[in-house]
Design a protein around this ligand. Structure first.
Ligand code: PAF
Length: 291
């Protein structure tokens, strides 16, 4: 079936558009009718985590726009841009029944036309952790998110807590550049065994998927230690690392207890502490976190 014609449960069609002009025309009619617009930016390969963001947008806004764009500028030269899963038809089939009415699925030249020379650089919260391990990543994210915000002009935008640092970068960008959008961060969706849902888990072999559970297990341990009264962040991190030592085939990029606003590593854990992990399982990189 042509993805452009899949009906949604709201009785509206889930339209797929590729150009900024078509996007603007569709949105202008909604704006004229004083309808609020919820926006879920994605790179496709949708799973239940993305769909929970669409549900949140549907619950809060009159109209829901989803973008599907594998953004080249946020991938490093040795990262998985080429092999990143792409299946627009399957994604739209998932979105239509959830009531997303408009899917913006541009080609790279629509977002980065010839001569494009402006990038957005957030410092501070963008610098440590993912920023240090993936130089240029948040530059690409901030640039595409701002461009998408300018194109869609949503009232509310929805992001997942799984990309905790990304959500802080987006909040910083919105505050610093006076972007008139409310940013909502929604809970991480997990598989029944605790693995955080991610488009990249599709790359994992059965054995690596089992190994990857060490991320959520170590976060669960951190939560349990905190609940039992442990406040020494170094002690909690040491106990988390022990689980990784006992799991061959998983290499930690970083594991930290950090301040939930600044992302600076802390000595004492508080209610505003976030446990952040990135680790490589085989050639797949997984991230996870919990507050
Ligand atoms: O979280 C993602 O999927 C991407 O980083 C985003 C926000 C869609 C920007 O490309």
């Amino acid at each position: 079936m042509n993805p452009a014609s899949i009906p949604s449960t709201t009785g509206h069609e889930c339209r797929v558009v590729g150009s900024h002009a078509e996007l603007r025309a569709a949105i202008q009619a909604w704006r004229a009718a004083k309808q609020t617009i919820g926006f879920v930016p994605t790179m496709g390969a949708l799973h239940a985590g993305h769909l929970s963001l669409v549900d949140a947008a549907r619950a809060e806004c009159d109209r829901v726009v989803v973008s599907i764009f594998v953004n080249p500028t946020q991938f490093g030269p040795n990262e998985d841009f080429e092999r990143y899963p792409r299946n627009l038809q399957a994604d739209v089939a998932l979105l239509a029944p959830r009531g997303a009415e408009l899917v913006f699925a541009p080609q790279p030249a629509e977002i980065y036309p010839p001569g494009h020379a402006t990038m957005v650089e957030v410092s501070g919260v963008a610098n440590p952790w993912e920023g240090a391990f993936r130089p240029g990543h948040f530059r690409g994210v901030a640039t595409v998110v701002l461009k998408l915000f300018n194109m869609v002009a949503p009232d509310v935008a929805f992001f997942g807590q799984k990309d905790f640092q990304q959500s802080l970068v987006v909040r910083r960008l919105v505050a610093d550049l006076n972007v008139p959008v409310v940013v909502r961060v929604c809970p991480t969706m997990r598989e029944a065994d605790g693995l955080a849902m991610s488009s990249r888990t599709a790359y994992l072999s059965t054995e690596d998927r089992r190994r990857g559970l060490v991320l959520s297990r170590s976060l669960k341990l951190a939560t349990e230690l905190f609940a039992a009264g442990e406040r020494d962040a170094h002690q909690i991190m040491a106990r988390m690392r022990e689980l990784f030592v006992a799991t061959p085939g998983v290499t930690i990029d970083y594991l930290s207890l950090a301040d939930g606003d600044t992302l600076a590593e802390v000595d004492r854990a508080t209610a505003n502490t976030v446990a952040l992990i990135a680790a490589r399982v085989g050639n797949v990189r997984l991230i996870d976190n919990c507050l």
